[in-house]
Design a protein around this ligand. Structure first.
Ligand code: ASP
Length: 343
């Protein structure tokens, strides 16, 4: 068991490191060193903290797959040096980044904990300090066989979640995230309660990092009244490599012939279509209703109980691996990083 583990704190931006412009009142990013000065408590932790800030910290609404590759490369480069990684990130797209990172990092045996805050670190009522301090403590947790957490997590408001199970649900409450289909990995009260049965079990193979992400994909949320014309236009966007369809309830859609025909033609063009539910909790069960049986028969891929964020990251990473169209459905429907139910 490692004493005084070394943690790399990576700063990408977000409210946690922002301050109010005195003239306009608009929140903008400030220097990472200033952020650390706001939390002298970090010196009391039983670990060695090194810091790295991206050149230009950003509001996470500006994040894109290039940034995800940068974060993955940073972790890969420092993987043997540190026992754990904490990534400070804006909460708006944190679930997208953290979910995708979970697929980019295969055989992860160390913690990568994403966190941020709803209020800037300098604010009197800030949630940033607790989120940051506990994230570092969690990243430093050691078991006799190495790190306690061996996966990508997201810590916010007293809970560590599996990152690829999370969604940002609230822009106001400190409890901004939810993981409706998988209960928390750790809860922070007087003690840290670790739910060991929930943790991903380690794989002894070396870390593998997937850095090719396919971004020519579509994410379409169905709504009553969506037209043939609009969907036809979208599905026929040149160069499209995959589609995520947010459907109703347990994976249901309209059975209008034009819609069914469009799905059939798209699958014929070897473009995978993933079915995820618009509901925050629960799962897709194609074939449960008449309104989804045809989708199943045509070879639409089941997103099961995955979040949209996880489905998107998984699609980008798997398409990047150039898996043959014949095997793509099978590969996608497999649980890779604890992101979906086994069956
Ligand atoms: N707009 C901010 C961001 O996502 C909000 C936050 O940090 O929570 O970067």
């Amino acid at each position: 068991m490692k004493k005084n583990p070394s943690i790399l704190l990576i700063y990408t931006g977000g409210t946690i490191g922002m301050m109010k412009d005195s003239e306009t009142g608009v929140l903008r990013n400030f220097n990472f060193d200033e952020l650390l000065h706001q939390i002298p408590e970090l010196n009391l932790l039983d670990c060695n903290i090194s810091t790295y800030s991206v050149d230009e910290p950003i509001d996470s609404s500006n994040i894109n797959p290039e940034h995800w590759i940068t974060i993955a490369e940073l972790i890969e480069k420092n993987y043997s040096i540190y026992e754990g990684f904490v990534v400070l990130h804006g909460s708006d797209t944190m679930s997208y980044t953290a979910s995708t990172l979970s697929f980019m990092l295969e055989n992860l045996a160390k913690p990568v904990i994403f966190t941020g805050s709803q209020l800037p670190i300098g604010d009197l009522r800030t949630d940033a300090k607790e989120n940051l301090i506990t994230s570092i403590q969690i990243a430093a947790l050691q078991d006799p066989d190495g790190s306690c957490i061996k996966e990508v997590g997201l810590y916010f408001e007293y809970k560590l979640y599996r990152a690829n199970r999370t969604t940002k649900l609230n822009a106001e409450h400190f409890q901004a995230f939810a993981s409706l289909n998988y209960s928390p990995l750790i809860e922070s009260g007087v003690h840290l309660t670790i739910h060991r049965d929930k943790l991903l079990k380690p794989n002894k193979k070396p870390l593998k990092v997937y850095k090719t992400l396919e971004t020519n994909i579509l994410l379409i949320k169905l709504f009553p009244g969506i037209t043939d014309q609009v969907l036809n236009h979208l599905f026929n966007t040149p160069n499209i490599k995959g589609v995520i369809l947010e459907t109703y309830g347990a994976g249901n859609t309209t059975t209008a012939p034009w819609f069914i025909n469009l799905i059939k033609q798209t699958i014929k063009r070897e473009i995978p279509i993933i079915n995820v539910t618009q509901c925050s909790g629960g799962r897709v069960i194609m074939g449960q209703y008449e309104t989804s049986i045809k989708l199943k028969q045509m070879g639409v891929i089941s997103g099961k109980d995955m979040t949209t964020e996880a489905a998107l990251g998984k699609l980008m990473v798997l398409l990047g691996q150039k898996i043959s169209p014949k095997h793509f459905k099978n590969s996608y429907e497999k649980n890779l990083r604890g992101e979906m139910a086994e069956n």
